[in-house]
Every structure is written in C-alpha cells, then in structure tokens.
Design a binder for this molecule. Structure first.
Ligand code: KG4
Ligand code: ZN
Length: 414
C-alpha cells in the first residue's frame, strides 16, 4: 500500500500545533512537527484565557505550517490558485482577523509556500472538545488550506487523539490492544472509556465536577505555584518521596496536620469528584496559615501538601480503575492518555496496578502526553486505516457543517 500522509492541526487549548504524519510499514511516523506552547503567556492569568489563546493561534499557525512543510519531508508541486478560490478563502476567514491578514499577505506573494501543494491525503483538525474560540481558529485554518489546495478534511475528536497518542514512536505495541480500559486524564477531562476496537468508544465513568489536571492547576494556584500546576506539584511531591519513605512522609504529614480526603473512594461506582479535593486543599492552607507566625507556609509544608495531594489523586484513580475493571469483560490493556500521564509517579503506580491485574499498560511518550498535533494526525490515519473516517470534500457548502464542538464526547459519532 502507498504511504498515507496527513497534515494535522491542533488548537483546542493553549498549544498551537501542526504536524505531518505518515503511515508506512505499519507504523505511524512523524515526518515533521511544530508546536508553540502559549503557557508563558497564560501564566499571569493562572490558567488559559480563551480570547488570548485564539489570537495567539491566529498569529502562529501559518508560520508553524511553513516550517513544517519546508522541512522537506513531503513532496510538493507548484500549484496555481484561482482568484475566486482566494476570494472565497478570505471571506471564510472573515472572523479570524490574524489568520486572514497572514493569508492575504502570503497569497499576494508568488513565492509563498502556499503555491506549492503538498502531496498529502487529507488535513486532520481538532474540532472538539475544547475552547470554542480556540478550536475555531484551527478549523478555519484547515478549511482555508483544504479549499486552496483542493484537499479533503477530516474532523477529529481531541480525546480520540489522546488515545491515539500511545501509538506514536512506541516500540512495544506488538500486542492485542482491545478490549481496553482507557483512562483519559487532562486539564479538561477525566474519563473512563471502554474500547472494543478503534472507533468504538463507551464512556463508563468520569468526573462530576473538576478534571484531574484542573485540580492540579487549581491546587497549585492555592499554593502559590505556577501554571500549569501538574509539573509544579509533582516536582515538589517528588522531593518528599525522594527524601522519605511513603510511610515516613505520611507520618510527617500527620504531625503537620496535613491530610486531604480521597473523594468518592468508597462510592463503589466509576465517578470521580476532584472539586472537593481542591476545596479541602484551600481550607487546609487557610488553617495552616492561621497558626503560622509569618502567615505563610514553609517550603516543607508546601511540599508535603503536594505529596498528600498526589497520593490522594493516585489512590482515587486506582480505586476507580479497579471498580471499572471488575465491570468490564476481558480487558487486555489499560490505555492512559492526556497531559496528566506525563506524571512519572502516576505512571509508576499504574504500572504496578497493571502488573497486579495482569494487563498491559500503554501510555504515550511524555512529549505526546500533553497536547500536540501529532496525535491528531495519528487519530486521522487510524480512522482512514480502519475505514471510519469522516472525510469531507473541499467545498464551501460541505464545510458549513464543520463547526467547533466544545463539548464533543468521545462516544458521540461525528
Ligand atoms: O492534555 P493536556 O495537555 O491539555 C488538555 O487537553 O487539557 O493536559 C494539560 C493538563 C494540565 O492540567 C497540566 O497541569 C497537566 O495536564 N499536567 C500534569 C503534568 N504535566 C501536565 N499533571 C500532573 N503531572 C504532570 N507531570
Ligand atoms: Zn488534551
């Protein structure tokens, strides 16, 4: 079979990302990728500010695309673009001010890379879930390129991208993946999904309120740590774990009156609730400050709270996985995707759990755990290979149905 090549675009949150992916020799290969993280810009807001994210995506997409395509990993041929098409594209970009400006300038330049059509099968783009203003930029961008180059569009669910991320540059996949119990843990999601085969997803559990990553981010803010909270909290928790045994660290927490709840641990269901954990952390910090002469926490106290918070998160995740496993037939693998699985401690605990349950643990490499375009391309290639892709031919009329779907669930068909 001829190599399949797709161009992928991701703008659902605060990462602007473009990638070129190939499926060849039965492997998903990254040909080129560019990612611009807006984290530093959003730090001062302590979280993602949607309109800022939108503007930044608009400012960066075309530049990232140019870098991706000029990496010379895909062939391209000179291509003339009819004036009518240019007009259509600029009208389509009416609401994307930054993008429109960039396209206009590029199209006026005959040397622009836009006049070389890359030899790709389709453009895959995240249409949800995520922040709608941010999603729209990527969607409009993808539509514009598809119209200019006469290429098909494939809308992708961001969470399916996180599932697909386990296939990227992973050597250990000569295994039967399904049925799989899948845990998706990111800044916006905490979901348990039963997967029978690619494209067949059933949500069997999830959070009633905050997502795990969101809890990390909010607790970090309460502790005065920087955004995103995941890496900040886990680094501090690790300082405790590398200094003390778990038992000693727990004793130390007790002597400092540091204890956090394990929300819904005994509820016998597959529901999570992390907002109570965040509130408990808030009260704990308030109480500790009250008795502090400096009205602030010591570094050791902060580290211990981070440790205790991470213990609580992992205890709950494992308990809910155990409940879900009991309710699911014939599970072969635990697949975990989403930014939070960049966490080394969570990975270690989940590996131990999988060993105990005799199932295989599959997770992405760290760089593909947090948001990226590579996973969106791989999801598209999987869909093409397994025959369930929604392939949309490039006409303005067809594209009207492609809209941002901020709350799109993985088990809802497109
Ligand atoms: O998947 P992702 O990049 O974006 C969303 O789709 O939400 O996930 C981002 C989330 C943030 O909440 C961040 O704090 C968390 O992943 N995260 C981590 C770690 N690295 C990122 N959480 C725990 N430990 C980490 N090492
Ligand atoms: Zn994500």
């Amino acid at each position: 079979m001829k190599d399949r090549i797709v161009l992928a675009i991701e703008t659902s949150c605060d990462e602007t990302a473009v990638a070129l992916l190939a499926y060849k020799d039965q492997k998903y290969t990254v040909l080129a990728q560019e990612l611009y993280s807006q984290i530093d810009l959003h730090k001062e807001y302590g979280g993602v500010f949607p309109m800022l994210a939108k503007r930044e995506h608009g400012k960066n997409l075309l530049l990232l695309l140019e870098k991706t395509l000029t990496a010379n990993t895909v062939t391209s041929s000179p291509f003339s673009i009819h004036e009518d098409i240019k007009e259509t594209v600029l009208t389509l970009l009416e609401r994307e001010i930054e993008l429109k400006e960039f396209f206009k300038t590029s199209l006026e330049n005959p040397q622009s890379f836009l006049y070389k059509k890359p030899d790709i099968e389709a453009i895959t783009v995240t249409v949800g879930p995520g922040l709608e203003p941010a999603l729209w930029v990527g969607i409009s961008f993808a539509k514009a390129l598809c119209l200019l180059w006469n290429i098909n569009l494939i809308p992708i669910n961001h969470m399916e991208g996180h599932v697909a991320s386990i296939l990227i540059e992973n050597e250990s996949l000569d295994t039967e993946l399904f049925p799989s119990l899948t845990l998706l843990i990111s800044g916006g999601h905490t979901e348990l999904v039963e997967i029978q085969t690619w494209g067949t997803y059933k949500i069997i559990g999830g959070t009633k309120d905050d997502a795990v990553g969101e809890a990390y981010d909010k607790v970090a803010r309460i502790l005065g740590l920087e955004y995103p909270g995941g890496p900040a909290i886990s680094a501090r928790a690790e300082q405790i774990r590398s200094t003390y045994t778990i038992a000693d660290a727990e004793t130390l927490c007790a002597t400092h009156a540091i204890k956090l709840p394990r929300p819904m641990l005994h509820s016998q269901d597959t529901l999570f609730s992390f907002s109570g954990l965040k509130t408990a952390a808030l009260y704990l910090v308030r109480d500790l400050k009250k008795v502090s002469v400096t009205d602030s926490l010591s570094e050791e106290q902060i580290n211990l709270i981070c440790f205790e918070f991470e213990q609580s998160v992992v205890d709950v995740l494992i308990k809910k996985l155990t409940t879900a496993l009991e309710k699911t037939q014939n599970v072969q693998t635990l697949i975990v995707g989403g930014g939070v699985i960049a966490n080394t401690y969570i990975k270690t605990r989940l590996q131990t759990w999988c060993d105990e349950q005799s199932i295989i643990f599959l997770k992405p490499k760290n760089v593909f755990a947090t948001d990226n375009a590579v996973m969106i391309g791989v999801a598209g290639l999987i869909q093409l290979n397994h025959g369930y892709a929604t392939v949309i031919q490039p006409t303005l009329e067809n594209f009207q149905q492609v809209v941002a779907r901020g709350g799109w669930k993985i088990d809802e068909i497109y």
